[in-house]
Every structure is written in C-alpha cells, then in structure tokens.
Design a protein around this ligand. Structure first.
Ligand SMILES: [Zn+2]
Length: 232
C-alpha cells in the first residue's frame, strides 16, 4: 500500500499537531533504536573481551553458535534489572535501558553465561528446585566479577577473602528473592545449604580466572582435572 497516498487521503497534512505527534513518535522509536544498537555493540565487545566466551567453546560448537546467533536479546526491562536467563527459551536477556556502561555489560553477559553454561551441562530444574537456582546464582556471582573488587583485593589481603564470600552469598540471595516469591530467611537457608559446594565449583575453569589470558590456563586445569587420578 502506498503510505504517502494514504496519509494524503486522510488529510494528515492538515493537522500539524498530528504531524508533530508523529514526529515525536518517530524520535522515540529512533531513541529505542539507538538504545538497542548500543546494546548490540556493547554485547559484541563483551563477547570479545569476556573470558566466559571460553565457556561457550567448552560446550559443543553447536551450542556456542546458537548462543552467538540468537540467544541474546536486548530489551527494555522493568525496575533496575540488568539481565536474565530465560530457561524456557534458553535466551539471555540484556536490559538495554539499564546497562549503560561497557564494564556493566561485561559483568551481566558473564553472569548470564554462567547460567547458560549450567543450563547446558546439567539437568537444572530452574522452576521447581530452589537449590539448583541457588547454586547457579552462587556460581554466577562468583565467576562473573560481580564481586570482582574483593576478588582483586583478596589476592593481596587474606582477610578480604571472607568479604568476597559474603559478597557472593549476598548477591545470590538477592537474585533469588528477585525472581521467586520466598522470604529472606528461606533464601538465606537454601543458599547456605549449597554454598560450599557451589562456591568451589569453578567449572568450566579449574579456578577463578584473573583475566582472559589466564582463563585459557584455568580452563586447561579444569580439562586435566581427572588426568592425575586416571594415571594412578
Ligand atoms: Zn543470576
């Protein structure tokens, strides 16, 4: 259908306010486009710099292709949510209206990739088993750099290691409370029950990597983890 002709027929040009409204709408749409475009660019950069892209290669190559191509979605979200992993569609949602900085995008992408990794490697019951959810939230907070300042500091100050654990524990509890209708006390209890096991589970790394370069070594450590036993 000829759009221009249609507009002429309806006499839009006779109502300048209508036109203004239309222009305004256009600029909002343009703003949305810019937000979305910016989100896509930051995502691409995050994928290039985040050490968790190894996470993808350690899954099957089919999975990694799947994730890069269509398993990220830049969207507007409610409140102050930065991102989420939609287990029903295996899609990572990035909140384009709440992520403004590259460093923030890097943390969110890495955090959600930990969830995606857990989703692919294990039979996670996200909806019915709160321990599964808690475990993945602990791993995501621990491995993503959400608590990275304390990670850095812990290398120099032993006392801050406790601080890092507290940070991971606190973030995991908040993440659960954000998506499940349970009380603070119950969330704390569940996180505490699985904390030690999940905090020390650094898969697909042998330990928490310090950088992208270090991640290669950490990944190799993980790959070789059973070798010594099998050689015995
Ligand atoms: Zn999470």
């Amino acid at each position: 259908m000829d759009h221009t002709k249609q507009e002429g027929e309806y006499g839009y040009e006779l109502f300048p306010h209508r036109n203004m409204g239309k222009n305004k709408q256009g600029s909002i749409a343009e703003g949305q486009f810019t937000f979305n475009h910016k989100c896509q660019i930051m995502l691409q950069f995050a994928m290039e710099t985040s050490y968790m892209d190894l996470n993808l290669t350690s899954l099957s190559s089919q999975h990694s292709k799947l994730f890069k191509d269509r398993h990220f979605s830049c969207e507007d979200c409610d409140g102050t949510v930065s991102g989420g992993f939609d287990a029903s569609s295996s899609q990572i949602v990035l909140c384009q209206n709440n992520i403004r900085q590259q460093s923030h995008m890097n943390r969110v992408v890495t955090h959600e990739l930990v969830h995606a990794f857990d989703h692919c490697r294990a039979d996670v019951d996200w909806f019915n088993n709160l321990r599964h959810l808690a475990c993945s939230e602990i791993r995501a907070a621990n491995l993503s750099g959400d608590c990275s300042f304390s990670t850095e500091a812990a290398r120099f100050n032993f006392g801050l290691k406790q601080h890092h654990q507290d940070c991971v524990r606190g973030r995991a509890i908040r993440s659960i409370l954000a998506v499940r209708k349970i009380g603070q006390e119950e969330a704390e209890k569940i996180v505490n029950e699985v904390f030690n096991t999940c905090f020390n589970d650094h898969a697909p790394f042998g330990r928490i990597p310090h950088s992208k370069k270090d991640a290669n070594f950490a990944y190799r450590d993980y790959e070789n983890r059973d070798r010594y036993y099998s050689n015995l």
